[in-house]
Design a protein around this ligand. Structure first.
Ligand code: ZN
Length: 291
């Protein structure tokens, strides 16, 4: 007899009940190939032990046909993120800790604009680790990853070609006036679904803005950077193109502001946006034309 399905909104109930085998049998083949049932059940039991009740905090959709759900057990601070496809299969289950940091209360002194023109999509961005995978790392806590979407998709045509991605080659602009203090420009763009972990930021630009604030733009296209160290840039000044260099598996633009010039030593600061609204994961954001 076929088991009843675990509906996405009922995942927390079934998890708290310990129905781990049933949950496992609803995962997609790739998931089951990467983890056996006994291993999954063991880690789920460990994670559930003493966790308290998991409540659905929110859900969102980042790509067509896939919906993500955030479950949080407030007493223990544990978090589960699940992803379901349109067929009701589970494509991912992630055990995590729901952390919040006091630095959420501070924002930059300068205000910034998004570093592009036209409409982009916030793939990762916001003030917790459901919305923003950077959040658990203090050097990148309030970073954004932006992509371009056309009719709901990040690419059209052959997904193995960089040029199929709508973000690839799009203009990157200065988020506010500043001075260029660091440039890397000759890192090769990765083929889609490959990563260069030797130089994680890939081609990048660091701008100095005053009040000890520095912005960083990373994974830029090889040889697309049009500024040099020492240059002064204005609002919306075109400085590079979006690429796929460094620790980037598909073309996207990484942007964060930090309290020092060195990305591995400085801490990320929550950005005050000139437009007022702070973008978060799932939002479509429009950049202004140069003024
Ligand atoms: Zn990033």
């Amino acid at each position: 007899m076929a088991e009843d399905k675990v509906f996405p909104e009922e995942f927390g109930f079934h998890f708290s009940q310990g129905n781990f085998g049933r949950i496992y049998r609803q995962t997609v083949k790739d998931f089951r190939l990467s983890m056996g049932e006994a291993e999954f059940v063991q880690s789920a039991e460990n994670f559930n032990d003493g966790a308290g009740t998991f409540s659905l905090k929110r859900s969102n959709q980042l790509e067509p046909g896939i919906k993500r759900y955030q479950w949080v057990a407030e007493d223990s601070g544990r978090m589960i993120v699940t992803a379901f496809n349109n067929a009701g299969e589970i494509i991912g289950i992630q055990f995590d800790i729901y952390e919040k940091f006091d630095t959420d209360r501070e924002v930059t002194i300068n205000s910034y604009r998004v570093p592009f023109t036209g409409e982009w999509f916030v793939l990762w961005g916001g003030n917790d680790s459901f919305l923003n995978y950077h959040y658990s790392h203090k050097h990148q806590r309030y970073a954004y990853d932006f992509i371009k979407k056309v009719e709901g998709g990040a690419w059209a045509g052959d997904p193995e070609q960089l040029l199929s991605y709508h973000a690839f080659g799009e203009d990157v602009v200065a988020p506010r006036p500043g001075k260029v203090i660091h440039v890397i420009k000759d890192v090769e763009d990765n083929a889609p679904h490959r990563m260069n972990t030797v130089s994680p930021e890939g081609n990048c630009i660091i701008l100095e803005h005053g009040y000890n604030e520095y912005s960083m733009l990373a994974h830029l296209r090889e040889h697309s950077i049009t500024v040099e160290v020492g240059d002064e840039v204005e609002w919306g000044h075109k400085i590079a193109q979006c690429g796929n260099s460094g620790a980037s598996d598909t073309p996207h633009l990484h942007f964060h502001v930090m309290n020092g010039s060195h990305p591995y030593e400085a801490d990320s600061i929550r950005i005050q946006f000139a437009e007022g609204r702070e973008p978060k994961q799932g939002d479509t954001v429009k950049g202004r034309m140069r003024t």
